[in-house]
Design a protein around this ligand. Structure first.
Ligand code: FE2
Length: 300
């Protein structure tokens, strides 16, 4: 059973326990969430000026559109202000900044009507982030930058919280993926042949639910939740932000969601920064989760 909590006053400790059990939290707009969205909008609007970013796809040739995203996305991800705004969000959400580590926020785009669904605007098939070397205690935070609607949102597939799916995660190793693929995202304009963990059996997309927070609001869920990008038929490009957190105590104790079907190797833990001072997570902890890629994928 999945429960959705709205503006729950529970402590972060209780909340994480619920999240590891498959519950989802939705938050109304808060000052720090609004500030992060405003900052993202400033950057997005400057990048697409004089066009409305939600409709620029109808004017720009796809190659030009990709070139804009290829400049915009890393600039947002690595901007010092992005990190400070995440820090404010975590503080406002009641997280202990000393023990909460986060990774830099990603800016995502989902264009409408299949204008661009690969590479830098990859449309995510149903997946769990834990197929991509996320630790079981990873939590995902998701914020829309402009108003979203059911036809350009993200979807959850709750039956798979407890139902394993045959998938290709055994061929995924985080370090290897970073080395070979991430830098080339902007090159995949028409098709995306980068090897990613996919379901390897038919997935029933229903029942599914789509949560629609207002701008400045957020969805918080476990990295083990099955979720996907809704095929965008809204007529507007969706811009959204997501980032992840892990709690130090949970990472040390290996607490988190149960692993029911992930066989990937390596870990993304090394990307996480401490909420107080942005220091990287201890290397000894990363080593605890890290594991080498199987030999056959290293040579393929
Ligand atoms: Fe995801």
């Amino acid at each position: 059973m999945n429960t959705i909590f709205f503006d729950s006053p529970s402590s972060d400790d209780i909340r994480r326990e619920h999240l590891y059990n498959g519950q989802i939290f939705v938050f109304s707009p808060c000052p720090s969430g609004i500030a992060l969205c405003e900052f993202a909008r400033e950057m997005v609007e400057e990048a697409f000026t004089p066009l409305d970013p939600r409709e620029a796809q109808y004017t720009l040739p796809v190659e030009e559109y990709v070139a804009i995203l290829a400049r915009l996305k890393p600039a947002f991800i690595h901007h010092p202000k992005s990190k400070q705004l995440i820090q404010s969000i975590l503080k406002e959400a009641g997280c202990d900044l000393n023990k909460t580590y986060f990774d830099v926020p990603r800016l995502r785009t989902a264009t409408s009507d299949d204008y661009l669904t690969s590479g830098i605007a990859y449309a995510f098939h149903p997946h769990r982030d834990t197929w991509y070397s996320a630790p079981p205690c990873q939590l995902n935070w998701w914020l829309p930058v402009y108003d979203v609607m059911p036809t350009n949102a993200m979807a959850f597939h709750p039956r798979y919280w407890s139902q394993p799916v045959k998938n290709g995660s055994k061929d995924y190793n985080y370090a290897q993926w970073n080395k070979e693929n991430r830098k080339n995202a902007a090159k995949h304009i028409k098709a995306d042949n980068r090897k990613q963990p996919h379901p390897e059996e038919p997935i029933e997309l229903e029942p599914q639910f789509r949560l629609i927070p207002n701008v400045g609001g957020m969805i918080l869920f476990s990295a083990a939740q099955m979720h996907s990008t809704v095929p965008n038929t809204s007529g507007y490009t969706r811009f959204s932000i997501d980032f992840r957190t892990v709690h130090l105590d949970d990472a040390i104790a290996r607490r988190g969601a149960s692993n029911i079907d992930s066989a990937c190797t390596g870990t993304s833990l090394g990307d996480f920064l401490r909420g107080t001072d942005f220091c990287p997570i201890p290397e000894s902890l990363v080593a605890l989760y890290d594991s080498p890629a199987p030999v056959e994928t290293l040579t393929s």
